[in-house]
Design a protein. Structure first.
Length: 210
């Protein structure tokens, strides 16, 4: 669905706490405000990120992303904020069809990186744009290959703060780049927001872009 010209927008809400997604939106000149979801107690998260039984990674990441977009749109309405399209995203690291989330501690981070070492895995980033009664969504997939890493390298990396707020326990834009021998797909998608697909969805939702 394409909005008529009198309904065109030039601003969005971003339903994400990720500083990397903010940087990427600024990189391509998209004006945004944050519209954050609740992810902590006592009332619990607005959107659960628990994987359902037998749920495939592609289905999981798309479901969570669309639930985030819907929840953020509801918040916008409840708070009587100006209406703008809402962008939500979720990134999942997958190896051998198993989802690797954010490591809770150093032990989990070490275990994840040992599993990724010397292998190719997938990074799935799903996008959803909610505007009025329309929702636009897609999922972008990239392959990332890690060179073989020594335990010394893994331990040194996990002694930094970098692994602990990122799916799979690493960030391609940081220190982990020195261990990545090859990527196939979208560099910005691996960071958490594939810019080509993002701008395409926003245009569909009526955002004016150069």
């Amino acid at each position: 669905m394409t909005l008529t010209p009198n309904k065109m927008q030039n601003k969005i809400y971003l339903a994400s706490k990720s500083p990397r997604r903010r940087e990427l939106l600024r990189q391509v000149g998209i004006e945004f405000e944050l519209l954050l979801l609740r992810d902590a107690m006592p009332r619990g998260p607005d959107v659960s990120e628990i994987v359902l039984p037998n749920e495939l990674p592609e289905i999981y990441v798309a479901r969570v992303t669309q639930e985030k977009a819907s929840a953020a749109w509801s918040h916008m309405q409840a708070r009587r904020l100006p209406f703008h399209p809402v962008l939500a995203a979720d990134t999942t690291v997958v190896i051998e069809q198993q989802i690797l989330g954010k490591p809770a501690n150093q032990g989990e981070a070490i275990q994840m990186l040992r599993r990724l070492s010397g292998k190719t895995h997938q990074v799935l980033t799903s996008l959803a744009v909610q505007h009025q009664d329309a929702r636009f969504h897609c999922t972008q997939s990239s392959d990332v290959t890690f060179a073989a890493m020594t335990d010394e390298q893994i331990l040194a990396y996990c002694a930094t703060q970098e692994p602990y707020d990122k799916a799979g326990g690493y960030g391609i834009q940081g220190l982990a780049a020195r261990f990545i021998s090859h990527i196939s797909g979208s560099y910005s998608g691996i960071m958490g927001l594939p810019l080509f697909e993002t701008t395409a969805l926003l245009r569909q939702a009526g955002i004016q872009l150069p």
